[in-house]
Design a protein around this ligand. Structure first.
Ligand SMILES: *[C@@H]1O[C@H](CO)[C@@H](O)[C@H](O)[C@H]1NC(C)=O
Ligand SMILES: *[C@@H]1O[C@H](CO)[C@@H](O)[C@H](O)[C@H]1NC(C)=O
Ligand SMILES: *[C@@H]1O[C@H](CO)[C@@H](O)[C@H](O)[C@H]1NC(C)=O
Ligand SMILES: *[C@@H]1O[C@H](CO)[C@@H](O)[C@H](O)[C@H]1NC(C)=O
Length: 457
């Protein structure tokens, strides 16, 4: 009795299961029996292929969910002038087609099939930043799962517009956006989703980008977005691709040589001001720097004003300024040697003030030593003579020098006074030289520090 009842229940269960199974089997649109023995019967798919012009849904109020992901496989070029990034990516899309399901049990366990994509409806996903013709190779295939999920991958050479900021070149990082969106389907008809976690996309891409090119992939971030155009709302996924330039090439080819030239220019202040070769030396340096700039011009980005251009302009102007300074000092020395005009009173007192405590002109001392040993006592702190000379001297001296130089030079006292004036002028030139050198060093240090600080922020 109990057995019989149990038996009966088992029979009913079996019946129900069988019916359920048949019912489910009946809902599979594709009859795949025989696929494992005779190959795919194209007739079984004909109905699906005929529908490829339409969005594959049974109820048109239901949106198609398209999940996307991509792998950035190479960053080929970043063009700062055209503001374009050329990269290569494999785009993956997954969506559901309810008309293409089959029962794997009926066909020897076939779980997925590859189908030529020209026979299938494809989502019209495009990238807003795309600035080129789509060069997707023809004849791609898509994998179709037995449960109706279609996985489609395509390679893309992508030329995308990207807001490039080259101010920090060559230490710049760029943040390019890739906005994936449907071309015509509004949010009621198509909803975008992520096929992979964005961290996974970022990690895979970083592993795949194997080229040791100029750019390093820093990471990829993602954000969902809705855009409204008129009354239509579109679903969008925005990816932020952060890339960084490898600066080594530019540091070695641009920054190091230019720093060397500036350092040599600064050191050339230690060439004695009296020597004839300070100015030619600086002119040669300037010439060398110009040649360097000409040669390195094509390494620099063409558009915008990167900080490095400011740095180069700064170096060049420092060199020009140092050359002008040398010319000025040479002129002063020449003036002192030929016909020294009377020293202005303020300059004289400044000179006295500066030299007496012997605190501000340590650089002057050695230079003065090799040029004016015989003029030594003239600049001793205790001397009163110069004051008198400047105090009452100007009128008659000018008259003597311009009017009758011959008679003036014959007088030994006048000769001594002139010698003294010459020594004062020489001393003054050296003081000026060392002062300007300090100013130059100060300006050099501040500007280079500023540039470095700006680069680091
Ligand atoms: C599938 O087709 C085969 C013949 O090709 C047929 O025998 C079988 O009954 C069909 N199955 C279904 C569920 O329609
Ligand atoms: C189609 O989908 C909408 C929204 O999900 C639902 O309200 C409607 O009943 C569906 N129509 C049919 C015929 O199933
Ligand atoms: C897309 O992704 C969501 C969430 O990960 C998932 O629920 C959904 O089934 C996916 N859709 C398709 C068509 O793969
Ligand atoms: C890129 O820019 C977007 C928006 O401007 C910002 O949300 C994101 O954090 C930036 N990513 C990086 C790595 O800087």
């Amino acid at each position: 009795m109990e057995r019989g009842w149990l038996h009966g229940e088992g029979f009913f269960l079996c019946l129900i299961l069988h019916l359920l199974h048949q019912g489910r089997g009946g809902t599979f649109p594709i009859n795949c029996s025989g696929f494992d023995q005779h190959g795919v019967n194209p007739a079984a798919f004909q109905a699906v292929f005929d529908r490829k012009a339409f969005r594959p849904v049974t109820n048109f109020s239901v949106p198609t969910h398209v999940n996307i992901s991509f792998t950035l496989s190479a960053i080929l070029e970043v063009d700062a002038r055209l503001q374009l990034m050329t990269s290569f990516l494999w785009l993956n899309m997954v969506w559901y087609n309810p008309f293409i399901r089959w029962n794997p049990e009926e066909c020897g366990g076939i779980k997925k099939l590859s189908i030529a994509t020209e026979n299938l409806w494809l989502p019209d996903i495009f990238i807003e930043e795309f600035m080129d013709m789509d060069q997707t190779p023809p004849g791609l295939m898509a994998y179709v799962n037995s449960d109706g999920h279609i996985k489609y991958s395509k390679p893309m050479r992508m030329v995308s517009i990207c807001k490039l900021d080259i101010f920090y070149f060559p230490f710049d990082e760029q943040n390019c956006t890739l906005t994936f969106s449907s071309f015509i389907y509004t949010v009621e008809n198509m909803v975008l989703g992520m096929e992979q976690d964005v961290q996974e996309i970022s990690k895979t891409s970083q592993n795949v980008v194997w080229s040791k090119g100029e750019w390093v992939l820093q990471g990829i971030h993602q954000r969902m977005k809705m855009t409204t155009v008129g009354t239509n709302e579109y679903n969008q996924i925005v990816f932020y691709v952060a890339i960084r330039r490898r600066p080594t090439l530019y540091v070695i080819n641009l920054l190091v040589p230019s720093s060397f030239l500036v350092a040599i220019d600064a050191l050339s202040f230690y060439l004695p001001a009296e020597s004839e070769n300070r100015a030619p030396f600086k002119i040669t340096l300037l010439l060398g720097y110009n040649v360097f700039l000409l040669m390195m011009n094509d390494l620099l980005p063409i558009s915008g004003t990167p900080l490095i251009s400011v740095y180069f302009a700064l170096c060049l102007s420092l060199m020009v300024v140092s050359l002008l300074e040398t010319i000025f000092i040479t002129y002063l020395l020449h003036l002192a040697a030929t016909q020294p005009p009377p020293l202005p009173r303020w300059l004289h007192s400044l000179l006295l003030h500066c030299t007496s405590p012997r605190k501000c002109c340590p650089v002057v001392a050695p230079q003065r030593g090799n040029s004016g040993q015989d003029l030594g006592p003239a600049h001793l702190p205790g001397t009163k003579e110069p004051v008198e000379l400047v105090g009452k001297g100007p009128g008659p001296r000018e008259a003597e020098l311009s009017g009758c130089p011959g008679s003036a030079s014959t007088q030994p006292e006048d000769e001594a006074q002139k010698q003294h004036l010459v020594s004062l002028w020489v001393q003054c030139s050296h003081m000026m030289d060392s002062l300007l050198f300090r100013l130059y060093l100060l300006f050099l240090a501040t500007s280079i520090t500023t540039v470095i600080v700006l680069w680091n922020t």
